[in-house]
Design a protein around this ligand. Sequence first.
Ligand code: LFR
Length: 497
Amino acid sequence: RPTHTFAAIDLGASSGRVMVARVGPESLRLEEVHRFPNRPVRVGGTLHWDILALYRGVLDGLRAAGAAAGGRLAGIGIDSWAVDYGLLDADGALLGNPVHYRDTRTEGAPEKVAAVLPPEELYAATGLQHLPFNTVYQLVAAQGTPLLTAADRLLMVPDLISYWLTGHTGTEITNASTTQLVDPRTRDWSPVVAARLGLDLGLFPPLRSPGDPAGLLRPEVLAETGLTGPVPVTAVGSHDTASAVVGVPAAGDDFAYIATGTWSLAGLELDRPVLTEESRAANFTNELGVDGTVRYLRNIMGLWLLQECLRTWEAQGDPQDLPALLDDAARAAPLRSVVDAGDPAFLAPDDMPRRIADACARTGQPEPRTPAEITRCVLDSLALAHRRAVEDARALSGREVNAVHIVGGGAHNTLLCQLTAEAIGLPVVAGPAEAAALGNVLVQARAAGVISGGLDRLRALLRTTQTLRYYDPAGDRTAWDEAADRIATGRGKEDGT
Ligand code: LFR
């Protein structure tokens, strides 16, 4: 059977990658051809994405993809983190560098928004969990600035890369839903929310859906990458979490997923949003997914906690070897101290080991001191947050859950997978780690007619072609229940805000 070669551009908060996938009706092989660091830059007191360095990484990656594919690509898809954007002037030039969602410019914006649009109404209209960096808050914080005033168009990060590659603009819907300006029932903009906040929806190019054509590579891009045209760019689930959920190798619909990376995104795939007041109070989001689905989930701090610890130890002259550290953490005392891994106090970059130890002390638990103790505390805490998100999602949606899938980078972390299985008390299936890139190419390959069917068919192809690992929910239930209680007693501050 003939195979076709697609490229997936997958930009994450700490690195970007370009992957090449050879896809046939019954085959799917993914290969990483280029990986490059994503290093945010603080300038003038504001934390920015280095968007041109990322674009250069994309071009280098496409050149490598072309080399791996004999110069011919059947298509390209782009996904990245959500909520952030670049502004263009009327000539299409980028105005300023996109600001990082971990920047503090949105401080005070949620209060400003709440004064004109109460949180209950905002949730009923958009179904989005409160995250202080949602695009609405960024836009409200930027209201009246020369940059926003001068802007002709606003492009979400993957749409910006797509524009540079093709010259065409559009707003891909899965990522648009993270702006908090989209109504998940109509899957269209919410003019009411925009009007109440004085935001101009005319800044956004027209919506497009995963599978829609997004333009052809421009001649200058072909010349620079050595690719042979025409090369179509296809809209995919351009929010990385949307693509990652396509890449969950589940059979049936009684599963929960945890997309792990810098964040842990834990929840369910639904066919309609849950917009109840209980859902808002539990801070669950209704992001839009591929094929009319809804991603009903909660954001958990994720491996960011560990990444930031590693960065701190390195800066303090105590660099850690990750595999050895995880081995030591596996032998460290279990559930000695746990923190609330949903707490926004951990959002900004800073001395993470100190902040974790302080949180333990504040809640009357022993302070973890060594890197192994801190790592164990982080992973135990993540497993508990995974458990709570899955339990809450089940209760709030009424859906049955019989298995939990862990996809994304954390699928490589055997300790995290084992602890999550024990904490939740359900079997865990781990992998693929590259779920976002796989979800990206599956949607492209289907749009190109190489494969066909709904998400169930795409997922069946993953089950027959990707390596998965299974974890049993053995372990001491009462210890997990007791630790969950410890978190619950300090709970509340991040709930329903
Ligand atoms: C994961 C992710 C999350 C989103 C966060 C910020 O990479 O896309 O889904 O909440 O990044 O954009």
